[in-house]
Design a protein. Structure first.
Length: 142
């Protein structure tokens, strides 16, 4: 994360330029979302939610050309089931990491969660802005 404005604009522009969201959603998000404000408007939330929930499909925004992580191998996914091993990208890495870093013995070995936070460790992409609002405008917040 760089700062709220550049991170927000960059993310939405990436989605649009890679055809993950429609022109209409892109324009609505830019029109209704203030990327420098701590608060969002209902129109911004609605535009963002529509794009993510109805236009993304089953695409991993961090690796748009690889299959997504799925726990069940349906007929549609069978021909891709070993692709992540061949390409070097495993779309379920985030899931594995979250399970691993939340193991009590791993947290103890890493001297992590010494204050017994009431939530599980997750990747930063969605939890970051909710839990670290004090330092939203920094370049490297850790």
């Amino acid at each position: 994360m760089t700062d709220s404005y550049n991170d927000g604009i960059g993310t939405v522009t990436y989605w649009w330029s890679h055809s993950m969201i429609s022109d209409q959603s892109y324009k609505s998000i830019l029109k209704y979302c203030n990327f420098t404000s701590e608060e969002t408007s209902k129109k911004c939330d609605d535009a963002y939610s529509y794009a993510v929930n109805y236009e993304f499909g089953k695409i991993d925004q961090y690796s748009i050309y690889t299959p997504t992580c799925t726990t069940s191998q349906t007929v549609r996914h069978i021909r891709f089931k070993n692709l992540h091993m061949i390409s070097g990208y495993d779309p379920c890495t985030e899931n594995y990491a979250e399970k691993y870093y939340n193991l009590p013995e791993v947290q103890k070995a890493m001297h992590a969660n010494l204050t017994n936070i009431p939530y599980k460790w997750t990747a930063c992409r969605f939890a970051f802005s909710l839990r670290f609002t004090v330092s939203r405008n920094c370049i490297f917040c850790f």
